[in-house]
Design a protein around this ligand. Structure first.
Ligand code: FE2
Length: 310
């Protein structure tokens, strides 16, 4: 076993996989999710939404009072799932959702449900929308060809990250790092070293590049869901998605802009149940060797351009 192998015991999570909610109006939610760019199925009273990547679902909702239910992370292997479950004395059980697989339900220090899963059936990937190569000022890749866009069943690719409010950052940080083997990409300073504003955390897959952040913990003195962010195919998909959602009259939350930390082009929307979902593209990819950094809130919450520039 090498120091960078995914089988190393201190690395357990491949990626974030899904967020799950209860929503009062499943039909309005299903329409929103289609407009947002998901491929949506309704199975036995459940809404299951997937992107173009080969995941059975990356968003789940059931009927009920509006509520964030849980966040799901995919373990690198069954052995990693068992190892993580054992740390919390949580049973590894068969998952009830379509696609099967196994999972362990953990609770973070605030009691937020965190399910670690493995072995869910993987469907075929869906052909993502595409366009001919981009011509930039310095790099010309498209010659003698007009821009045309292919459309598909979904423009969302996958879930990229989730942002949670936590009661005490250091306590939650220690839990997510010990249970899910996460690394800090950027910690945001706060009133003291023990009370930072929060941190962008990423998965540790050794040499494998992962998103700049998979989880962002906000030190808020309370727990709760802030937003979940879905990667789209490219900038054109993000801008076309913006037009579709605007035309349908949905509530825009923030964007369009390009984050300074993580570099994602972002566009945040509010769904009919009041939860914030984000489209993003062109995010930074880090591996274990890229280490950790510290930034002030002024830097952390500013943008290269667009919304958030102040
Ligand atoms: Fe985000």
């Amino acid at each position: 076993m090498t120091a960078t192998s995914d089988a190393a015991p201190h690395r357990g999570i491949a990626d974030i996989l899904y967020v799950r909610f209860q929503v009062e109006d499943l039909q309005s939610q299903a329409q929103f999710l289609r407009d947002f760019g998901f491929f949506v199925e309704q199975v036995d009273g459940l809404l299951l939404a997937r992107g173009t990547d080969a995941n059975r679902y990356c968003y789940v909702a059931e009927q009920g009072p509006n509520k964030f239910v849980e966040v799901g992370f995919e373990a690198l292997s069954r052995a990693h799932l068992e190892q993580i479950a054992a740390m919390e004395d949580a049973p590894v059980e068969a998952l009830e959702l379509p696609g099967g697989g196994a999972g362990a339900l953990l609770h973070d220090p605030d009691g937020t449900p965190v399910r670690v899963v493995h072995g869910i059936d993987q469907p075929q990937p869906i052909e993502p929308p595409s366009r001919p190569p981009l011509n930039s000022g310095g790099q010309r890749h498209r010659f003698g060809e007009r821009v045309t866009f292919s459309s598909g069943d979904a423009s969302v690719k996958r879930l990229g990250h989730c942002v949670l409010y936590v009661k005490d950052f250091r306590t939650s940080e220690a839990w997510y790092k010990s249970r899910l083997s996460m690394l800090t990409s950027d910690e945001i300073t706060g009133e003291s070293e023990d009370k930072p504003t929060g941190a962008f955390l990423r998965c540790n897959r050794g040499e494998v590049y992962v998103d700049h952040h998979t989880l962002f913990l906000i030190n808020a003195g309370r727990s709760g869901f802030n937003h979940a962010a879905y990667e789209v195919a490219d900038w054109d998909s993000l801008l076309m998605g913006h037009d579709v959602l605007k035309k349908q009259g949905y509530e825009h939350a923030m964007g369009i802009g390009k984050h300074l930390l993580g570099s994602q082009v972002f566009d945040y929307w509010q769904d009919p149940a009041g939860f914030t979902l984000e489209h993003f593209t062109d995010g930074d990819l880090f591996n274990e060797a890229n280490g950790s950094a510290v930034a002030t809130p002024e830097v952390a919450f500013s943008s290269h351009w667009g919304a958030g520039v102040g």
